[in-house]
Ligand binder design. Sequence first.
Ligand code: NAP
Length: 554
Amino acid sequence: MTTAAQLQRSSSASEVPPHADVVVIGAGFGGMSALYRFRQLGLSLFGFEQGTDVGGTWYWNRYPGARCDVESVDYCYSFSRELLGEWQWSERFSTQPEILDYAGYVADRFDLRRDIKFETKVVSSRYDEAANLWTVTTDKGESITCQYLVTTVGCLSVPKDPEFEGLENFKGEWVQTGAWPKQGVDWAGKNVIVVGTGSSAIQTIPEVAKTAGHLSVFQRTANYTVPAYNGPLPDHRREEVFADYPAYLEMLKHTRGGQTFELGTDLSAADFSHEEQRERLEQAWQLGRWNLQSCFRDITINENTNRMVADFFAAKVRETVKDPATAEKLIPSGYPLGTKRLCLDSDYFETFNRDNVDLIDINEEPIVRITESGLQTDKQEYPADLIIFAIGFDAMTGPLVNLGIEGRGGQSLKQAWQDGPECYLGIAAPGFPNLFMVNGPSSVSVLSNMILTLEHHIDWIADCIEAMRGKGRDTIEARDDATHEWAAHTEMVANRTLFPKANSWYMGANVEGKPRMFLAYIGGFDNYVAKFDAVAANDFEGFDLTTSKVEERA
Ligand code: NAP
């Protein structure tokens, strides 16, 4: 096995060329995959990345305890058999530093950095109808034209600003999990406050509690979280994965969520006896991952089944957390289990048994303001040397509307989506020709295994560009009717589930003023892939493929 340290760091681009066939924005896992795949087509390429290196989500989210909640053998690139043979994960759910090492290894291994300009933010991307070209401009004042613009900017890459009164006067340090300082943060022996109890906080809290002087956790909504049981990959999974690794990853593209679960089933809770139901739930708890959400087919569609599983969950919290009042605060209510992303944790509930940790429910004790020396609620002031905001992201649309994209007639993506995003297949929008948004709104992305879903999009885009060239076409644009239909379909599928009942980021409910709608496709990765296959086989149904006047004149 070659290690990341054995490969020399490949050098990155310093000059921006005047033109490339494809410009890729973002050098996370999507951007790297795009550069690799489009190079194979012989296209000229250029990429921009705000960070100093590759990694995307795993570059920015350096908070303590950050790990992937999908097993690393599943959450990895499938595009190269050699790479699959070379890289070995040291743990079942890899840490952020190891995933970042992997990203760096891939960049070196395939010399991807040579086409990427780092520390560069794209500030506008304008479509010129007469020339049938996009012009991408950066914060350094550079610009480049391209025929195809591909965004790989992530679904959860714009952290919400902590808009708390008085924060500007706080004399201590404050940080955000989603933009954790690269130089690190020291919390040993300090009074620390964590605001938020989503996936990021649930991973941060146990780590910080180990060495903080005191940790106060401010919770607005209790969350469902199951033990990750991190460690070496269990034997039964080793056998399943490594018997034929490439075939295994290919198989995952034909599953609902880009992963398999030991207790995954097509049977509903009612198909099991009461005793069998208890046994399955207990087994699911012991197996970890999303088995608890997968052990009955109808958990996220049937309220009774959901309540039964939620009651089982509540009993586990009561068993674990010693102080009954704290346990009750930690038991979620008011939304169904699984309709906010089920978190995976390491000793989250156990952490509230520590003497140096307390939990404040801000519904009972609202935050009034941040003071110079801590956080003031309507009852008391909590002193703090460090405040960690783990308050989430402007998900799905935030990263895209921030790119200053302007399509036909100068219409901005922000305007086009002001009443909610309509994005055909989660990849393209009418009025924005030759723009491909990898894992855009209404894509399966966040409800599946992200790396496999973005590889799927990129392969499809590459095949599409190749097919267009074969047909002598140079312009592709999503049709209005197909886009409305896809939006209606994604909404209809979501409305068959309990997901719309939660005030989640899936619903855009975590950002004030954001239109409330389900922002992803919940019909399954398998059905999603089948839809893309059908669209391609049917002469790119739902898209207009044309030849621009510029090409005709040439
Ligand atoms: P999140 O799930 O949106 O959680 C944000 C938390 O902050 C929630 O508890 C929220 O409460 C709270 N909050 C927001 N605004 C607040 C305010 N003004 N005052 C007090 N509390 C406030 O964000 P996240 O934890 O960063 O996770 C987002 C997503 O990123 C996850 O669902 C997951 O998809 C991904 N993620 C994955 C991993 C992994 O792979 N291991 C790790 C981290 C994140 P409410 O619930 O009441 O809004």
